[in-house]
Ligand binder design. Structure first.
Ligand SMILES: NC(=O)c1ccc[n+]([C@@H]2O[C@H](COP(=O)([O-])OP(=O)(O)OC[C@H]3O[C@@H](n4cnc5c(N)ncnc54)[C@H](OP(=O)(O)O)[C@@H]3O)[C@@H](O)[C@H]2O)c1
Length: 251
């Protein structure tokens, strides 16, 4: 894909696309002309409402598909349903993710399955299933990692390791799928605080103080980078863009 940001006639699957960062990515790609498959797990109401919003702008331009990404056997079906919806697949954005503390001593197999499953295993199996369609369309993959993939956050070893694996997978799949399909990553810094109570206001302030720009980013900042990597970067593959206000530039 290389079209000055224009995604008209393209179909893109965004996992976890119903709300928060995923919804911002979906809105941005849709505004550029793409048809959107909004994958969700439990956010059915948000997914339907976003699809209705997008379809009101362009009839028949968005569908929602439910799947638990921990059900690996369901992943080829998610890709096939996406291809059926619009007759093609030009982009896959692996955005869905679980995130919770796992201090050493507390880690059990359920946490491993959830964190590694959503952040690493599902993107691998989804990309594998999507590969023939992406090769046919000359499409691209963008994986949403985290600045903590390379600089682990204390208390979150399993999440950080899973994102680190996704970062390595980004480079490995860029090699596997070259030269037709490009695979890149976007690593967010502080964009939207998690929905739980993991970060108190002192922790939030400390994280933001570590950015060079002195503020949180917005979901739209992530969406911009994803859009660029999907469509306007024909000579970029196997790379990661840190969208973090400069936090990793000096830590
Ligand atoms: N927010 C930030 O500041 C930040 C910072 C660094 C990295 N990131 C990364 O950026 C991406 C988006 O961040 P976010 O904060 O918007 O994410 P989020 O709200 O924590 O999660 C996004 C979606 O992932 C879906 N999901 C989780 N486990 C799933 C599973 N097993 N099967 C299917 N779907 C599953 C959930 O869908 P349902 O709600 O439908 O269940 C959820 O809405 C993530 O990859 C995250 O790791 C975000």
């Amino acid at each position: 894909m290389d079209s000055n940001g224009n995604l008209q006639g393209k179909a893109i699957l965004v996992t976890g696309g119903a709300k928060r960062v995923g919804a911002a990515i979906a809105r941005r790609l849709h505004a550029a002309g793409a048809s959107l498959v909004l994958h969700y797990r439990s956010a059915a109401a948000e997914a339907r409402s976003l699809a209705a919003e997008l379809n009101a702008q362009r009839d028949g331009s968005a569908v929602c598909i439910q799947a638990d990404l921990l059900q690996t056997s369901a992943l080829p079906g998610l890709v096939e349903q996406s291809v059926t919806a619009f007759g093609r697949l030009d982009g896959l954005v692996n955005n869905a993710s679980s995130f919770f503390r796992t201090p050493l001593g507390s880690i059990d197999e359920a946490a491993w399955d959830d964190l590694v499953g959503s952040n690493f295993k599902a993107p691998l199996f989804l990309t594998q299933a999507a590969a023939p369609h992406l090769r046919a369309s000359g499409g691209a993959v963008v994986n949403i990692t985290d600045v903590h993939a390379e600089r682990p956050l204390v208390g979150y070893p399993l999440y950080c390791a899973a994102k680190g694996a996704l970062l390595t997978l980004t480079r490995a799949l860029a090699a596997e799928l070259a030269p037709v399909v490009r695979v890149n990553a976007v690593a967010p810094g502080p964009i939207l605080w998690p929905e739980g109570s993991d970060f108190d206001s002192a922790a939030r302030q400390a994280i933001v103080a570590d950015t060079l720009l002195g503020r949180e980013g917005s979901p739209a900042d992530i969406a911009r980078a994803v859009h660029f990597l999907l469509v306007d970067s024909p000579y970029i593959t196997g790379q990661v863009i840190n969208v973090d206000g400069g936090r990793t530039a000096h830590l």
